[in-house]
Design a binder for this molecule. Structure first.
Ligand SMILES: C=C(O[C@H]1C=CC=C(C(=O)O)[C@@H]1O)C(=O)O
Length: 323
């Protein structure tokens, strides 16, 4: 399959435009594929690996649209389902479920112009546009590093909790919601024999639209554990919930849409390095419409109306640039 990719890494100001090929890979099967770019689905189905990537002029970037159903729920349905999820959490051992929805918007700009606007507005995000034959086109500006690895040095991040106004103090709901992610990550690092783990945070980061709590984990891992730590971390409770398998089942039950690449992960791969991001604040586009994927962590302290409002606010990351 033909593939086009443009990305702008948060540590750089220069966007890179590439063309190459994409192949479907089994879940997590990208570590022995050589140099390339992984675009991994949330539910491990139709994971893609891009390679034979060559730099191109941006004028040569082409778009593949692959229309399919996007289930869009009403505000009323969102609020009702959210209340049911809160009740479920209050009456079961589940502590957190990340619930998401799709918002459909007409767009009128060249997708590359949208990508460029993201680069101007979000210097600290990993911004990308990816277009793959028979798959479609996705655009995103994600603030969440999934995993960075250079030889045995590994960094991962717990990013959760959202506030809309940077001036308001953090509430207990957000602090607990992010601590759940940090505890989960610490446990997975330990299980995978990581050593010399340094934990920094939580501190507040501002994405330009919302603020989050962020804790950074720097550690050392034996290369033989790389595959296992990725399997254990994906998906973290920042995008799925806790306990992981129970939360996954509830997501499949409550969400009407398939997440596809939203809350999967993407990024650069080569023999000794990985630089992966969680696919958040992203949208799938066809020739006329953008489908924004918007989610948030639900806990026993959630308020459905506030969660709805949070998804509307997160949508601003992208919808500001569609018209
Ligand atoms: C699942 C999303 O965000 C996650 C990352 C940061 C904060 C989150 C929250 O506050 O709910 C989510 O865990 C999303 O933006 O779709």
């Amino acid at each position: 399959m033909k593939a086009f990719l443009a990305y702008r890494h948060p540590e750089s100001v220069i966007p890179i435009y590439l063309a190459g090929r994409a192949q479907e890979i089994s879940a997590f099967d990208f570590l022995n594929k050589g140099e390339g770019f992984v675009f991994h689905a949330f539910d491990n189905e139709k994971n893609l690996f891009l390679d034979q990537l060559n730099t191109i002029e941006q004028e040569s970037f082409d778009f593949f649209y692959h229309p399919h159903e996007h289930e869009i729920i009403s505000k009323q349905a969102y609020l009702e389902t959210c209340s049911t999820i809160i009740e479920k959490i209050r009456t079961s051992p589940i502590q957190k479920i990340v619930f998401s929805r799709i918002q459909k918007e007409r767009y009128h700009r060249n997708p590359l112009a949208i990508f460029k606007s993201l680069n101007e507005s979000y210097p600290n995000s990993f911004n990308y546009i990816i277009s793959i034959e028979n798959v479609g086109t996705w655009v995103g500006a994600t603030p969440e590093q999934f995993l960075k690895k250079d030889h045995q040095k590994l960094t991962t991040v717990s990013l959760a909790g959202t506030k809309l106004d940077p001036a308001t103090p953090w509430g207990t709901k957000e602090i607990v919601e992010q601590q759940i992610v940090s505890d989960f990550i610490a446990e997975q690092l330990k299980k995978n024999q990581c050593e010399n783990t340094e934990i920094n945070g939580p501190s507040t980061i501002n994405t330009g639209v919302v603020s989050h709590l962020k804790t950074i984990f720097n550690t050392t891992i034996k290369n033989s554990y790389t595959g296992q730590i990725i399997k254990d971390l994906h998906p973290t409770p920042a995008t799925c919930g806790l306990p992981k398998n129970e939360a996954l089942k509830e997501i499949q039950h409550f969400e009407q849409h398939k997440r596809r690449y939203y809350t999967g992960f993407l990024g650069l791969v080569n023999s000794n390095q990985l630089d992966l991001f969680v696919n958040l604040r992203c949208m799938e586009i066809d020739a006329n419409y953008a489908y924004l994927y918007l989610g948030g962590g639900i806990t026993c302290d959630s308020d459905p109306a506030l969660e709805w409002h949070e998804t509307l606010h997160k949508a601003k990351t992208l919808d500001h640039f569609l018209r």
